[in-house]
Design a protein around this ligand. Structure first.
Ligand SMILES: C[S@@+](CC[C@H](N)C(=O)[O-])C[C@H]1O[C@@H](n2cnc3c(N)ncnc32)[C@H](O)[C@@H]1O
Length: 345
């Protein structure tokens, strides 16, 4: 995977992990932030996706887990075991801290979680030591569209980690929506959303590596600081097109799920997507007027779910001797941070 993208993400996410205050203090700060309605709705989408696809499951792998924002959702869904992996040392440290705090508060919870630092999800074959009922990648798969090689490697790792009949659940910004919002302009600048194209010419010419800058106020990507002197200072992201992701998933045995059983989940998405495998977010009317640009930001996103075929579990299988790493490629922390198993910081 290209080093510029990896380094940019490490810098961005390391610099934003909140390493002070308890979760309750952090929650109060979040609630007073301008993007709170968006965060609340996006968290609800994740919770209901997990309720539908991960309720009571034994093992879940969360790729690009961030600071453990989904720990309480896993507990609420009675998930048994979670392995979370991410590229950011600081996010992993914060995830460990939050996990310790969560299990102290909810001692009856079934959840046993581990968080590992990895930087090679899109670079090499990983062996997580077991297969999972559910694999998730929330708000992060678009980073792997930096190149065809990176996203193909990412999908091979997803396939190798997913049990036959298991699910892969992802949320990401739709490339088409980003293009529609930019509407042929160099950039789109609104109070809470900043987008800027990174490709030359009018239209993106390729299905991979088409970078854009995305910044949403009061989130890890902040609109008010978006783009200085042509440098990306928001998040460097890549366009994702539905036909491309669907074809890549199919290559490794993952089939698109088009309908969800739960009405509570389906009602969070646009009605016209009822039978589509890519469901556009439908932010609640409550943030229409005061937060027009926040609504625009939320509407960039889609949820998608794939199911691993019963026979297709072998699609992601690697030849023996291919350098398996039973810890999922876990690496030593940068910055000498304490990474003791399950220890908070
Ligand atoms: C927008 S955050 C989403 C975090 C979490 N999934 C959530 O829903 O709250 C994106 C995460 O992807 C991680 N990330 C970006 N590129 C990555 C890579 N190549 N390998 C692993 N993690 C990566 C970042 O460090 C960050 O924590």
């Amino acid at each position: 995977m290209d080093e510029r993208t990896v380094e940019a993400n490490i810098r961005l996410y390391d610099s934003h992990a909140p390493l002070t205050g308890t979760s309750a203090q952090q929650m109060r700060a979040r609630e007073s932030g301008g993007a709170y309605p968006l965060k609340k709705y996006h968290n609800l989408v994740k919770l209901r996706l997990l309720k539908e696809f991960a309720q009571d499951c034994d093992a879940l792998l969360d790729l690009c887990c961030g600071r453990g924002g989904d720990i309480h959702k896993w507990i609420n869904c009675n998930v048994g075991k979670v392995l979370g992996v991410d590229i950011s040392t600081m996010e992993i440290m914060e995830a460990k801290r939050r996990y310790e705090e969560a299990v102290q508060k909810r001692p009856g919870a079934r959840l046993k979680a581990k968080f590992n630092l990895v930087d090679c999800l899109g670079t090499k074959d990983l062996d997580f030591g077991e297969k999972f009922d559910v694999v998730t990648c929330m708000f992060a798969i678009h980073y792997f569209f930096v190149s065809e090689a990176a996203i193909k490697q990412f999908f091979r790792n997803v396939a190798a980690a997913t049990k036959p009949g298991g699910h892969f659940v992802a949320t990401f910004p739709s490339g088409k929506k980003v293009l529609q919002t930019l509407n042929q302009r160099e950039e789109y600048r609104q109070p809470m959303l900043f987008l800027r194209k990174g490709w030359e010419g009018r239209d993106p010419s390729k299905p991979f590596g088409q970078a854009f800058e995305c910044a949403i106020s009061d989130t890890v990507t902040r609109a008010e600081t978006g783009s200085k002197d042509g440098e990306f200072v928001g998040s460097r992201e890549y366009l994702v097109f539905f036909n491309v992701i669907k074809a890549l998933a199919r290559e490794v045995g993952l089939e698109l799920v088009t309908t969800y059983r739960s009405a509570e989940l389906s009602c969070l998405f646009q009605d016209e997507d009822a039978n589509s495998g890519f469901k556009h977010f439908k932010p609640p009317g409550s943030f229409d007027e005061a937060h027009e640009s926040l609504r625009r930001a939320s509407e960039l996103y889609v949820a998608t779910v794939f199911r691993m075929g019963e026979q297709a579990g072998n699609a992601g299988k690697r030849p023996r001797g291919g350098g398996p790493e039973a810890d999922g490629g876990a690496k030593k922390p940068r910055n000498g941070g304490s990474e003791g198993e399950g220890k908070g910081t």
